[in-house]
Design a protein around this ligand. Structure first.
Ligand code: SF4
Length: 699
């Protein structure tokens, strides 16, 4: 190998999912990214493989930019770092002087959700502002924190879905084949299949493990809760549950039983589109063994009763003896502290705190869906400045016109980005941020930490987001709260523990603690910090009825609400016969990131409307025909893609809607026909995966 060509073992820096790679760097340029064959986390997805072109793209923002035209014009002039930072410092200071610190907000997105960047969420706190927001307002937090914490007292990261020892895997609300990251569950599922485990997929989309699944249970979008309730009803009313567990370790079983008695299997079947006989057969299979692993992610959280659907799902596992057993849903670790609910009235409250108390009192943040109202109406208090880090709310939330209005009204919009976004067009200042390939930091991996070593030098004048925040913070008198260089940043990430940092530097694959994986720890007192048997919940029980929910004024036990019964979502009977689901993950794009890059748009040139061949034939639609999908909130046209789908369901990917995308993506923003107003009342999450709609050939 030539002197100017190096192979570097490291971590992919194209998304936050931390696959282990071998990078080839020639003359200081990244030229190739390959999966690290020696690491179980080794992987390169199609987007990761395009990293060399993306890191060195001529579309990168390489210098600080100050707006030089109307807001939204996209006209900027190059500035020096000093000038741009001083300018932002002055504008933020003016906002604070006039309106107080809460008027300065920040929002962190997922596309550069690096651990060090997320630590900069403390920027607003250090400033004395309550207005720090993150993409937890729209992704992951509902299913992976609110749900397990309010039910079992832990987070999803504390759970192991034991695919390696199960008899059956249920894939429900997730497609592990198309996930980001090192495909841990996909690999485990393939191993399980090889040793003879059954694979059941519950999803509106039949492409999820189409070649591998033993059974696909097609379900209507947004109705998973109805299927779960039907299964619970059969299990409870036919006395097929684990009596000792329910009697000793649960709270709220009787309320659930009473609620289930008000439902009929026929009604649940009509809601979810699964025949009663199939629900019965699925329940029989579910009750046939303890060893059933659940592989689930965010699929159930964008529904009317998203948190409750997921809580019902965990209840299904718990009351049938599948909790903390080999092959089931297990706890990784022990002696978990019971998380206190935040105060009901903390004095100054971030936007959304009163409307979504469960969300805010657990996360300690406001709900960003309430941010536009704070800017446009000053409700509950005026917000006049916003710092956006690695995100594009104008694309990832509905109602883009409203976002444009929000950005016009702000006194100061600051954007930290790698490429231009729809939001950045309205910025006062854009700072050039590094890709994660250009950062030197410490990252979290399951069970531990490892180094992220720099693979290429920062391009142009780009800086790690942390150093940009430090520069802004310095202008506001809080510069000492943030690191100024690589050495300080590394130590900051390990809370000043130099010995641990040295050990990390000597461990190429990081340092991982072996967690406690004893079984049925709720019986032995190993789950709770005080050593008492039970769960680390406020009541010490598995909370079918949650104390947190009750304290926040919600019904504590899971109830299902069907989207077609929500006034304002549906039309006259039969007017919107389909249900639309959006935003299935794919290997090419990551949220709003991807379609704005020609390298990715070339391999994924257009969003499509996915429809079943039966429905397409009935409507006279052929592959590639332009088809209109219409909800109460608008209509859009896409080329049809005929594929395995539940009849009555259609899917369209999200991520379009930026002026910097090719026309098919720019004009194909499916969020334009989703609603900003209808949400899960517990999480505030929008209903991206369950919208009544009609579908017809475009004229
Ligand atoms: S999922 Fe793809 S882009 Fe993300 S870290 Fe892994 S290889 Fe890189």
């Amino acid at each position: 190998m030539a002197d100017n060509c190096k192979k570097i073992r490291g971590v992919c820096g194209m998304c936050p999912d931390k696959c282990d790679i071998i990078a080839t760097v020639e003359n200081g340029r990244l030229t190739k990214v390959e999966a690290d064959p020696d690491s179980p986390r080794g992987r390169v997805c199609p987007r990761g493989a395009l990293s060399p072109q993306i890191v060195h793209s001529d579309r990168r923002i390489l210098h600080p930019l100050i707006r030089d035209g109307e807001k939204g014009s996209g006209q900027f002039r190059q500035a020096t770092w000093e000038e741009a930072l001083d300018y932002v410092g002055e504008r933020l200071r003016a906002v604070i002087d006039q309106y107080g610190p809460d008027a300065v907000a920040s929002y962190f997105g997922g596309s550069a959700r690096e651990d060090c960047n997320m630590r900069c969420l403390s920027f607003t706190k250090q400033l004395g502002s309550v207005s720090g927001f993150s993409c937890s307002s729209t992704c992951n937090f509902s299913s992976n924190v609110l749900t397990p914490l309010s039910t079992m007292g832990v987070r999803t990261k504390d759970l192991l879905h034991d695919v390696d020892h199960c008899d059956i895997v249920f894939v429900w609300g997730k497609n592990p084949e198309t996930d980001s990251g090192p495909l841990v569950y996909d690999r485990a599922i393939r191993r399980a299949k090889q040793r003879g485990a059954k694979l059941i997929v519950i999803d509106p989309r039949g492409e999820v493990y189409a070649d591998l699944a033993d059974q696909w249970v097609p379900i209507l979008p947004g109705s998973d809760g109805a299927l779960i309730m039907a299964m619970l009803k059969i299990i409870v009313e036919e006395d097929r549950y684990d009596h000792p567990f329910v009697e000793m370790f649960t709270r709220g079983f009787e309320e659930l039983r009473e609620y289930l008695a008000t439902l009929t299997l026929e009604q649940c079947s009509a809601w979810c589109g699964v025949p009663v006989s199939d629900i019965r057969a699925l329940t029989d299979l579910f009750c046939s063994t303890e060893k059933i692993a659940l592989v689930s992610y965010t699929g159930l959280e964008y529904q009317c009763s998203g948190v409750q659907n997921n809580r019902a799902m965990q209840t299904l596992w718990a009351i049938t003896g599948k909790l903390d057993v080999e092959g089931g849903m297990r706890f990784v670790g022990d002696h978990f502290p019971t998380v206190p609910l935040g105060p009901k009235d903390p004095g100054r409250k971030p936007a959304g705190y009163d409307r979504y108390p469960l969300f805010s009192r657990i996360l300690g943040q406001g709900q960003f869906a309430e941010f536009p109202k704070a800017v446009l109406e000053g409700d509950p208090y005026p917000i006049r400045a916003l710092i956006l880090c690695a995100c594009s709310p104008a694309v990832t939330y509905p109602n883009q016109n409203m976002w444009h209005e929000v950005y016009r009204k702000l006194d100061c919009l600051v954007v930290l980005e790698r490429f231009m976004t729809e939001d950045a067009k309205y910025a006062d200042v854009i700072f050039p941020a590094t890709t994660l390939f250009e950062n030197q930091s410490v990252i979290a991996i399951p069970g531990g930490k490892k180094m992220r070593n720099r693979i290429v030098e920062p391009q142009g004048e780009a800086k790690c987001d942390v150093f940009i925040f430090q520069g802004i913070a310095q202008r506001l008198g809080i510069g000492d709260c943030f690191p100024k260089n690589d050495q300080e940043l590394e130590l900051w990430m390990v809370d000043g523990n130099q010995a641990y940092l040295d050990a990390l530097k000597a461990s190429p694959y990081g340092i991982v603690q072996q967690p406690c994986l004893d079984l049925r720890k709720y019986e032995t007192g190993q789950l709770r910090a005080d050593g008492a048997p039970g769960f680390p919940t406020p009541s010490g029980k598995f909370e079918i009825s949650s104390v947190y929910l009750e304290e926040c004024g919600y019904t504590g036990y899971p109830q299902y609400r069907d989207v077609r019964e929500v006034p304002g979502m549906d039309g006259a009977p039969g007017e919107y016969p389909f249900l639309l689901t959006t935003a299935a993950r794919n290997r090419f794009r990551f949220s709003s990131f991807g379609a704005n890059l020609p390298e990715i748009a070339k391999v994924y040139p257009t969003p499509t409307l996915d429809i079943s061949p039966e429905d397409a034939e009935r409507l006279g639609i052929r592959e590639g025909d332009m088809v209109t999908v219409e909800t109460r909130f608008g209509k859009k046209s896409y080329p049809a893609r005929l594929c395995p789908m539940k009849s009555g369901a259609v899917h369209v990917p999200y991520g379009g809607g930026s002026s910097y995308m090719p026309p098919a993506w720019r004009d194909g923003n499916i969020n334009d026909i989703c609603s900003f107003d209808f949400r899960d009342p517990l999480s505030g999450f929008l209903l991206f995966k369950s919208l009544p709609c009609k579908v017809y050939p475009s004229k």
